[in-house]
Design a protein around this ligand. Sequence first.
Ligand code: DON
Length: 310
Amino acid sequence: MVIVRSTLTFQPVLDRIADEIAQTPTRGRPADYIPALAACDPARFGMAVAELDGTVYGVGDWRQPFSAQSITKVFTLALDLAREADELWEHVGREPSGNPFNSLVQLEYENGIPRNPFINAGALVVTDRLHTRTGDAAGTLLDFLRTESGNDRLAIDEDVAASEAAHGDRNAALGHFMASYGNIDNPVPVLLDAYFRQCSVAASCADLALATGFLARHGIRSDGSRLLTQRQAKQVNAVMLTCGTYDAAGEFAYRVGLPGKSGVGGGVIAVVPGRCTLCAWSPGLDEQGNSVAGVAALDRFTTLTGLSVF
Ligand code: DON
């Protein structure tokens, strides 16, 4: 059950953060590799906190859907791990790459095994394996997000998906290259279609904070059923901390001190295990593709509340 409260506990913290962000002139630049993202206004800002029982607090544009992009990589990882467990780790690593999210450079040295599930190459492997196991990776993801957020209107933005496909040469290169090492099951065009649809899910801060709740509940979904074992939930949180913001993961851990995952749509999710989940959104990005105001807001949240894993 989703309960929305706007006055208790976390609300004054969120209000203060929104005030501070409003006074911050530096917002970065929206992603410009597809027109749909380039058109976003970097002045937009929203943030939501979801408690373990589904109570949500929010500020600013917290109910505004935005392009979830690479945030979805957390959910496909969890959905695949729930099905195939540790076998996945024979096909994708779990070390930080230190490289940009769309880099190809390590793949040849490392025999087509991507460094981690959150760089594009690793996410393609995860989506491929989820697609094999479910017949519809993007549909499985969408069902999960709708159920966990309680939002039946949550959908794939088909215009963004088409635009991703039209500008998808680098992801296609990654897919074909890994296929040459036997690390992709599905025909690459089938995989790319699933991956582009996955990236194109439109969801709000409230939706994504709620959908991330299973990671704060040590693997338990919103209806009380188990998605991941406690050990797997710990592992996913750990990989988010070390790899979730790419070549800025060290800086994110230093500033925010939480497992987190960003997307080029400007969203960032974060987990306070055993306590709550967060999502901040602002479309302006830094050089590494992380939301400038989103990371700043999470930094302020952990500083103001003392809620971090450190
Ligand atoms: O595949 C891509 O390159 C984009 N659709 C998603 C990248 C993304 O969000 C990376 N994260 N910051």
